[in-house]
Ligand binder design. Structure first.
Ligand code: ZN
Length: 220
């Protein structure tokens, strides 16, 4: 499928999941030395292939959309960080309600104070995350939100470097950035993380023991 078509199809699919409603969220795919990005501030489920921005690997626009009133997303420097630091093939920014609620449960750390952590273990879906098995502890970094999306860039980059085993960085009270080797890989990582965050919130809601809490207690 053409990259532009693929971004439009993913936007429609993620809209039905509530990940990109209200013009929020975003998707970007890299192909060779070009990066394709959905525009900002528009209904994501209605984006057309001609609305997609094309950038070089440094983030300079090389091809604008047919409609000159469309704006490049404020997520651009965040997407570029995953291409730059993690050699990603695609990046998804979701405003998933499951992730949003889970970020509110993230434990604050003393160092560095801007990154909190959500831990997951002994849940089958962890096996879907790159490099993790059922009994592994997956640590999802959660950075604090900022008034403007682009202001997240520095802390997101630091979290990427502090948590090299995570294919995602969540943003407290906001959502998540997830990347993968390809658009399909980024999508499956985002699906697994959405599922795991929903499981964490529901375990808390139902008063069920979270296997990650038992490990945290055992190691403290
Ligand atoms: Zn956002």
């Amino acid at each position: 499928m053409d990259i532009r078509e693929q971004i439009c199809a993913m936007c429609r699919s993620f809209y039905t999941l509530g990940w990109v409603s209200g013009t929020g969220g975003g998707i970007s795919i890299r192909h060779a030395d070009r990066i394709y990005m959905a525009p900002s501030g528009v209904e994501k489920e209605r984006i057309q292939p001609t609305d997609i921005f094309v950038l070089d690997l440094q983030g300079n626009p090389v091809e604008g959309p047919g409609n000159p009133t469309l704006k490049l997303t404020e997520c651009a420097p965040l997407f570029l960080s995953a291409y730059d630091l993690r050699n990603a093939g695609a990046v998804i920014h979701s405003h998933s309600m499951n992730v949003l609620l889970a970020t509110m449960l993230a434990e604050r750390r003393a160092h560095p104070e801007f990154v909190s952590v959500l831990r997951f273990t002994q849940l089958e879906m962890i096996k879907g995350l790159a490099g993790h098995g059922y009994n592994d502890v997956y640590e999802l970094p959660v950075i604090d939100n900022t008034p403007r999306e682009c202001e997240l860039t520095d802390t997101l980059r630091q979290a990427m470097q502090l948590f090299p085993r995570s294919n995602a960085v969540a943003v407290r009270n906001h959502g998540i950035y997830v990347w993968g080797d390809s658009a399909t890989h980024a999508k499956t990582q985002a699906e697994c993380l959405d599922y795991l965050c929903e499981a964490k919130v529901r375990m808390r809601q139902l008063g069920l023991p979270d296997p990650a809490d038992a490990i945290a207690v055992a190691s403290s």
